[in-house]
Design a protein around this ligand. Structure first.
Ligand SMILES: [Zn+2]
Length: 74
């Protein structure tokens, strides 16, 4: 199933994988069901994986309270 990586903070599309990749290669099976629900937005024909882009990562490191704020407004 094709994958799209999207930044969970700025919604920027960070990457796409159009090949069919078995889940075990992606490491998703290491996630708990709760983590899966949080990170992976499954759709019928593609999976969206919520990640953090470099820009937001740096912003969060500079302002850790931003993460809390972002989580609350989601
Ligand atoms: Zn971002």
């Amino acid at each position: 199933m094709p994958l799209t990586y999207v930044c969970r903070y700025c919604q920027q599309v960070l990457g796409k994988i159009e090949q069919d990749i078995p889940e075990y290669q992606l490491g998703f099976h290491f996630l708990t069901p709760e983590e899966r629900r949080d990170i992976i937005l499954g759709e019928t024909d593609r999976i969206t994986v919520m990640v953090i882009c470099e820009v937001c990562q740096q912003a969060l490191e500079a302002n850790p309270e931003l993460a809390l704020y972002q989580t609350l407004i989601q």
